[in-house]
Design a protein around this ligand. Structure first.
Ligand SMILES: [Zn+2]
Length: 268
């Protein structure tokens, strides 16, 4: 089995996780910028985080034969503070030239507030100006449908952004069609407790097909499973799906989306 982990917060994981992922067939892991579990006190905290994402993690992953790519932003949870958000947005461009940066992410909404929407628009503008791909986080269950609609509107309103260069992550049964119908990509997050379980994710693939869709573990410092993607692939085999069908979802699709950035070069 070969696969890509398109959304893993590896700064929160141990080297054993890298080793397990490589053993299971992981070729590359892509790490969007994320909330640390606590609010950072200044833009310098983000500066150091971006150094960790662009310099330290690629080296740590390489020790296990894994390629590591990243996405940069201030996450929606911390973007309520507009001054801090502007300061962080101002330091992102200097990191965009790093060889492993694929784009701006994971941006989006958390509580669907006005300030969050303003910061989302600024990130979309930054992506357009620097011709970056976009990875979007959608809010948790109770606000997901409304939040997804708001996000799709912001993206559609910026005519410089091509929908096929944007992935909307953490889709579920009630948001996947809305995203795919707009020509955007959709990501499904495999969590043991919330978001999609493996069984639900496979149901969604069986209902909506395998075009413009991927799966990720979104493993972070919370309850999550770094091997969720290969484990779901085993579940697909159990259901009798063909190897090429599985390979398309867990390998070919992430490669197709991320290869829209010249930076993404699979060595395997
Ligand atoms: Zn995430």
């Amino acid at each position: 089995m070969r696969y890509i982990e398109p959304h893993g917060h590896m700064v929160s994981r141990t080297t054993n996780d890298y080793q397990d992922m490589a053993t299971a067939g992981c070729v590359a892991v892509c790490e969007p910028a994320f909330w640390a579990g606590f609010d950072r006190s200044s833009a310098r905290g983000f500066y150091d985080y971006f150094r960790q994402l662009t310099d330290f993690e690629p080296k740590r992953a390489a020790k296990f034969g894994l390629q590591h790519y990243t996405w940069l932003c201030i996450n929606p949870k911390e973007s309520e503070d507009l001054t801090l958000a502007d300061e962080v947005l101002a330091i992102i461009p200097e990191f965009l030239s790093a060889p492993t940066v694929l784009g701006i992410g994971e941006i989006g909404l958390n509580k669907n507030s006005r300030n969050e929407i303003k910061v989302l628009e600024k990130h979309v503008d930054l992506a357009a100006k620097h011709e970056q791909l976009i990875l979007v986080h959608t809010p948790h269950l109770e606000d997901k449908l409304k939040g997804t609609r708001l996000i799709v509107d912001v993206i559609k309103n910026d005519k410089r952004i091509k929908p096929e260069r944007v992935i909307i992550d953490h889709v579920e049964e009630h948001t996947v069609k809305l995203v795919l119908d707009e020509g955007l990509w959709a990501g499904m997050t495999l969590y043991p407790e919330s978001k999609c379980t493996p069984a639900r994710a496979i149901d969604i693939l069986e209902m909506y097909g395998t075009e413009r869709i991927w799966m990720n573990s979104a493993c972070d410092w919370g309850v999550s499973i770094p091997l969720a993607v290969p484990r779901t692939a085993l579940e697909m085999r159990k259901r009798g799906h063909a190897e090429d069908w599985i390979d398309k979802v867990i390998y070919q699709n992430p490669v197709q989306f991320m290869s829209q950035s010249r930076r993404f070069q699979i060595k395997a």
